[in-house]
Design a protein around this ligand. Sequence first.
Ligand SMILES: NC(=O)c1ccc[n+]([C@@H]2O[C@H](COP(=O)([O-])OP(=O)(O)OC[C@H]3O[C@@H](n4cnc5c(N)ncnc54)[C@H](O)[C@@H]3O)[C@@H](O)[C@H]2O)c1
Ligand SMILES: [Zn+2]
Length: 391
Amino acid sequence: MTPARRTPPDAVPGPSVAVMRVLITGGAGFIGSHVVAALAAAGHESVVLDALLPSAHPGGTPPQLPGDRVAVGDVRDREAVADALAGVDAVCHQAAMVGLGKDFSDAPLYVGCNDLGTAVLLAEMASAGVRDLVLAGSMVVYGEGRYECSRHGTVRPGPRAEADLRAGDYEPRCPHCGTALTPGLVTEDAPVDPRNVYASTKLAQEHLAAAWARATGGRAVSLRYHNVYGPGMPRDTPYAGVASFFRSALARGEAPRVYEDGGQRRDFVHVHDVAAANAVALEAVRERRPASFAAYNTGSGEPHTIGEMAAALADAHGGPDPVVTGEYRLGDVRHVTADSRALREELGWRPRVSFAEGMKDFASAPLRDTRGRGRESRGRREESAVTLSGA
Ligand SMILES: NC(=O)c1ccc[n+]([C@@H]2O[C@H](COP(=O)([O-])OP(=O)(O)OC[C@H]3O[C@@H](n4cnc5c(N)ncnc54)[C@H](O)[C@@H]3O)[C@@H](O)[C@H]2O)c1
Ligand SMILES: [Zn+2]
């Protein structure tokens, strides 16, 4: 199909862009619904396929589903995917089970939705001749971030020992000489080290996408998102991220509870910037070489600590102030921050929402409704089942 050309409604004057019809899997979710909005603003059409999983939509069906064409269906269902792909130029694959889940019994669900679902989607794209894919990747594929030792250069510390965490000794040490390390920025060529089921499924999605590209001549880009936050973020479920717990606690009039000493470094990237990165990647992917796959870190480039994030949110909300608890969870990584230069330089993406602005806005932004879940009665145990490393 030869795409029509038109100038998007609110585009700045410049060359017109080819209108695309894009299938957004998971388009009813937190990030997917913002991608639909970003594509509409750029003059593109959206087809949404979303299973409305109860873990992501515990309050039931959202009142309004985004998209020009919407289907409630599962990416593991060949027929539903084939129908959704009709007339589509490119796919933006956001559908996935996110977070760490309740416990290991969730593993088949994660592998099913994330990896079997991706395989079904790619097989149907191959049959339908759809060649362009943008995948929602994740920083979790890297495990513990990048560190420098003054004597040994770049090193990769293993998981932290519980005795150290209990003693309040949170910083990972050089695996060779035991001295304190300086955290750095992870680049896309860093070795992967997925440390939980979710992380393994996110990495497998990339491997499947690369295999599909080689086998079909397709073009795939994975955007490895950092910790995404912003309006519409789900409330504090075992499937949500740390910004959502703090925000939800404040909404209940409670202090955000910060683990360790609050010095864990992350990159909090606003959902509007992530949605824009998807729109940019969808426009760029079709110009790439056939049979290609590339991954791009997608972060604000402005690392902050978890403590700073809690303080910024509490301040904008008007209190209460965060409490640093010294609690810890085995398996949490201490620092991981992305180097997102490649996405800026190669695709021309620019994050626009600063940390200060974004947190101020998020402190009063609506979260996704979780009606009927009895949030108040769940207490802390379930809250602490969620990873600080985000999705
Ligand atoms: N939120 C983050 O910080 C973050 C960070 C890194 C990567 N990601 C990735 O971004 C993507 C979107 O995440 P989100 O935060 O918007 O999560 P979300 O749970 O809000 O949205 C995911 C959507 O996918 C749908 N879905 C799940 N399994 C499906 C299936 N089998 N078939 C059809 N639909 C299905 C859900 O119903 C939901 O609407 C995911 O791929 C996630 O791994 C998110
Ligand atoms: Zn050393």
